[in-house]
Ligand binder design. Structure first.
Ligand SMILES: Cc1cc2nc3c(=O)[nH]c(=O)nc-3n(C[C@H](O)[C@H](O)[C@H](O)COP(=O)(O)OP(=O)(O)OC[C@H]3O[C@@H](n4cnc5c(N)ncnc54)[C@H](O)[C@@H]3O)c2cc1C
Length: 473
């Protein structure tokens, strides 16, 4: 896959009147280099990615998406899709391409009786949470509220509710999509089931998704959750407690573990800021009057330096990590699925965390075991039904001069820790330098069927600004 300019550069090869024609066909905006809004639209979460599309279509509905797809195809422009702009590999933007920016398409319609929500593809997780929580319902989404719902869902998706209800994509009922030849199609278990199978894990490989329908679950509005931290020196004991606790935790309890430097957060004492900590991110989504007994062992363990595990709204829990992941820093991640967390793995995680070079970087363990393990591997494209945890080695820093040392730390940690992997890896956590071998690892034996779906729905590979599944010639 290449992100370089195409044969046709808008403004050079594309005639001015062709652009004017495009503009008149859109309800939304056409944004060109040098015009207001261009830099805001092309910039994404990971500042390592600095690409310049030739033109941006800010769509306000499915017809604009159809127009954008047809224009890119006719003009031979690489087509990229931007939802929340959170993809670490920068898949939302292509140099010299046409970017479909969906950030104005954020409508969410909840049907409380049916417990479903129809969500436009530019919505962020926080949009969906706020709308669904008004009815005491929630979709299975991720941990950071500014993430795009479509990118997350199409790659699989996991969060606080995954242990109870599976991958985010397991909770999708139907999808509306625009194909490479500009047709609008509906995919569900009944309609276009092959496409529906592929969309639940196969990313943006088949078309532009304009909306998704989710199955919702009664959750909140109050949950028991928050963060609790101990000194880094206590990490061996805390992680051993974590290992034993998560082995028998009810599905309603999700506890992620993090090793990092203490951020300058008000809930941590000033003298701890910048010092190593081990922290647990806790959320119990069962009946709130039963919650205390499920978190008692965590809250009573050792001598925490900060503890904000308490009753809080589910919406606040869903944005608890937002401040640690701001847009505009430099980011590089490595990730693996794990079958469990054994003492040797935890000891290695502690050793590598001791070599972190930036105050923002972390080694994180997210539990995902439970409902997703109960479905067969070929239930949908996402697969990885043997995963119990996600290991995420997240490197993050401010200055380009520090790229080398931070990337090296993440790579060295991963090289050592990948021996604990199931062999699978989360497609949505792959960086720009992870190519075919890692895409194959992410899909395992579902890859062959994904190629068939790709060959049928996008034989020309118009949708290639993604972790690309290559159509058969
Ligand atoms: C801070 C942070 C926290 C995260 N936390 C979690 C988490 O808790 N759980 C989790 O599962 N993942 C998490 N992720 C990973 C996240 O799922 C991916 O980064 C995902 O790609 C983000 O989607 P987006 O729409 O924001 O990305 P974008 O960069 O906008 O899009 C990425 C790609 O997705 C595809 N895509 C997006 N929208 C569409 C569409 N409408 N139609 C077709 N293809 C589309 C395209 O290929 C596009 O280029 C996190 C990422 C970040 C940066």
């Amino acid at each position: 896959m290449t992100m370089t300019a195409s044969k046709a550069q808008v403004g050079e090869v594309v005639e001015r009147n062709t652009l004017d024609d495009l503009r008149t066909r859109l309800r939304g905006e056409l944004i060109l280099p040098g015009t207001p809004g261009y830099d805001e639209s092309r910039s994404i979460w990971n500042a390592m990615i600095d690409r310049r599309p030739a033109a941006i279509v800010r769509a306000v509905g499915a017809p604009d998406v159809v127009t954008g797809v047809q224009f890119a195809r006719e003009q031979g422009l690489p087509l990229s899709i931007k939802g929340g702009g959170h993809n670490i590999a920068g898949l939302a933007v292509a140099d010299g391409g046409l970017m479909l920016d969906l950030s104005l398409m954020r409508g969410v319609v909840v049907d409380p009786a049916a417990r479903t929500a129809r969500v436009e593809a530019g919505s962020l997780l926080g949009d969906v949470d706020r709308e669904t929580q008004a009815h005491g319902l929630a979709a299975v989404l991720g941990f950071v509220s500014a993430t795009g719902v479509a990118g997350l869902t199409l790659g699989g998706g996991f969060g606080y509710l995954t242990r109870r209800f599976g991958w985010t994509s397991d909770n999708v009922l139907s999808v509306d999509m625009i194909t490479a030849d500009g047709r609008t199609v509906h995919a569900s278990a009944q309609e276009n089931p092959d496409l529906f199978w592929g969309l639940r894990g196969g990313g943006g490989n088949f078309g532009v998704v304009t909306s998704l329908e989710y199955n919702l679950h009664p959750v909140g509005p109050e949950v028991m959750g928050g963060l609790i931290a101990w000194r880094g020196g206590d990490a061996p004991q805390v992680l051993e407690m974590y290992r034993a606790l998560t082995k028998q935790a009810p599905p309603e309890l999700t506890v992620a573990a993090m090793l990092r430097m203490a951020p300058p957060a008000p809930w941590l004492p000033k003298d701890m800021h910048g010092k190593p900590i081990v922290a647990l991110l806790v959320c119990y989504t069962g009946p709130v009057d039963e919650a205390e007994k499920h978190v008692a062992a965590i809250k009573g363990f050792g001598s925490p330096v900060g503890d904000i595990v308490q009753r809080r709204t589910y919406v606040s829990q869903q944005s608890m990590l937002d401040a640690t992941q701001p847009k505009g820093r430099r980011y590089y991640w490595k990730s693996e699925y794990l079958p469990g967390v054994e003492p040797e793995l935890l000891a290695q995680a502690i050793a590598h965390a001791g070599r972190i070079v930036s105050p923002y970087s972390a080694v994180i363990l997210f539990p995902v075991d439970g409902a997703l393990n109960l479905l067969p591997e070929d239930h949908s494209a996402v697969g990885n039904r043997d995963a119990a945890y996600v290991l995420n080695i997240t490197s993050s820093w401010d200055r380009a001069d520090d790229d080398k040392s931070n990337i090296e730390w993440a790579r060295a940690t991963w090289q050592d820790m990948r021996r604990f992997s199931t062999g699978g890896t989360y497609i949505n956590f792959q960086t720009a330098d992870e190519g075919e071998e890692r895409i194959l690892a992410a899909y395992g034996r579902n890859y062959g069927r994904l190629v068939e779906v790709k060959t049928k729905w996008d034989p020309e590979n118009l949708f290639r600004m993604n972790k690309n599944i290559m159509p058969r010639p």
